[in-house]
Design a protein around this ligand. Structure first.
Ligand code: DAH
Length: 353
């Protein structure tokens, strides 16, 4: 063996090893980026192939040819491996990109979700239906009221304590505190009585406004429904019967109502009406404070001062009135825990009703 054959044979061994390992090394490259990073050390200037090519010059001519042939083969093989792997990775990465970008169009295949009335509107319409069934008319009143309709005519003069319980949004029109967003639907009672058409049986649903910070039980804008019945010989018993009837119609059997003494300036006597707790059905739970009852609204016999303030003769006519929150009633019926979910416009919530 010549002195030159030593490096030649060790080069041959190294090339054989490189050739054997190349497919595994190339297969391990997991992305196009990794592959491009590895190319210089596989087939480029920093690869052993480049070193061996340079070393050819020092070999004897016949060895140079033999080693050169193999070197070419190995270089071509590795080039081919890299090209194949590059095509593979490019295809995979394109597929992944397309999958990521793909829009799920099945959602719109059936067309957009059909809309429906808001839960509060549904309940309002049901209440209207129940009362229309009992011979009531459905009335309406302005949301921007004068303090006379919202308070004074309802037997709540300017210094009346009850005014401060209903923190108001006053409007910057006219005199100081002369106009406000109604804090209750009760002013519609006055507007109906003023018409002077008796007997009167009416309900008036609508928005009311109070300067409350919203929390799970309060919103600054919510809904009430007012009821008023004025006729000859109307009694407190008629009031109790009317409330029992509408509670049964809205909540079904198993939920009943009861009245408890209370105070409202525009009724005398006044009562709060409660219904069986819809969560525990009267057993007692956290929602009803273990009482089995939940307060729904206020009611009473229309105060003679209210009748007189609208020119109705309180000797001839008597009546009852009631008012309660529609949102609260909807919450109780559907076990909605947070009143704010009614106004958040989350389709996942709204589509349940
Ligand atoms: N307006 C009262 C409120 O918002 C509710 C109310 C109580 C209405 C008694 C009535 C009534 O008609 O008689 O708190």
């Amino acid at each position: 063996m010549s002195a030159m054959s030593e490096p030649a044979s060790s080069v041959a061994e190294e090339m054989a090893e490189f050739r054997r390992d190349a497919p595994v090394r190339v297969a391990e490259l997991a992305s196009l980026a990794e592959l491009e990073d590895a190319v210089p050390s596989l087939t480029g200037k920093r690869s052993p192939l480049a070193g061996w090519k340079r070393a050819l010059a020092g070999l004897a001519p016949d060895e140079r040819r033999a080693v050169g042939l193999v070197l070419n083969e190995v270089a071509n093989e590795v080039d081919a491996l890299v090209a194949l792997r590059r095509a593979d990775l490019a295809a995979t990465e394109r597929r992944e990109r397309v999958a990521l970008d793909r829009l799920d169009l099945t959602e719109v295949l059936d067309g957009p979700l059909p809309g429906h009335l808001h839960l509060v509107t549904q309940v309002r319409e049901e209440l209207e239906d129940v009362f229309v069934g009992m011979g009531y008319e459905v009335a309406d009143g302005p949301e921007a009221e004068t303090e006379w309709y919202n308070f004074t005519a309802l037997n709540m003069p300017r210094d009346h304590a009850a005014r401060s319980n209903q923190d108001s949004f006053y409007l910057a029109t006219g005199d100081h505190e002369s106009h406000l967003l109604r804090t209750q639907t009760s002013p519609v009672q006055i507007r109906l009585l003023e018409r002077g058409v008796l007997p009167l049986y009416a309900v008036a649903p609508g928005r009311v406004y109070r300067r409350d910070t919203s929390d799970a039980r309060h919103l600054p804008v919510f809904h009430q429904i007012e009821g008023i019945a004025v006729d000859r010989g109307v009694t407190f018993g008629d009031l109790a019967g009317t409330i029992e009837t509408f509670v049964a119609a809205i909540f079904g059997s198993g939920i009943s109502s009861r009245l408890r003494p209370a105070y409202f300036p525009f009724t005398e006597p006044s009562a709060e009406f409660e219904i069986t707790c819809t969560i525990c059905r009267g057993e007692g739970c956290r929602t009803c404070g273990q009482t089995g009852w939940i307060e729904l609204g206020g009611c009473g016999m229309v105060h003679p001062a209210v009748l007189e303030s609208t020119g109705v003769d309180s000797e001839t006519w008597t009546g009852f009135a009631f008012g309660f929150g529609i949102d609260r009633l909807a919450m109780m019926r559907h076990e909605v825990e947070d009143i704010r979910s009614l106004i958040e416009n989350d389709v996942r919530f709204l589509t349940q009703f």
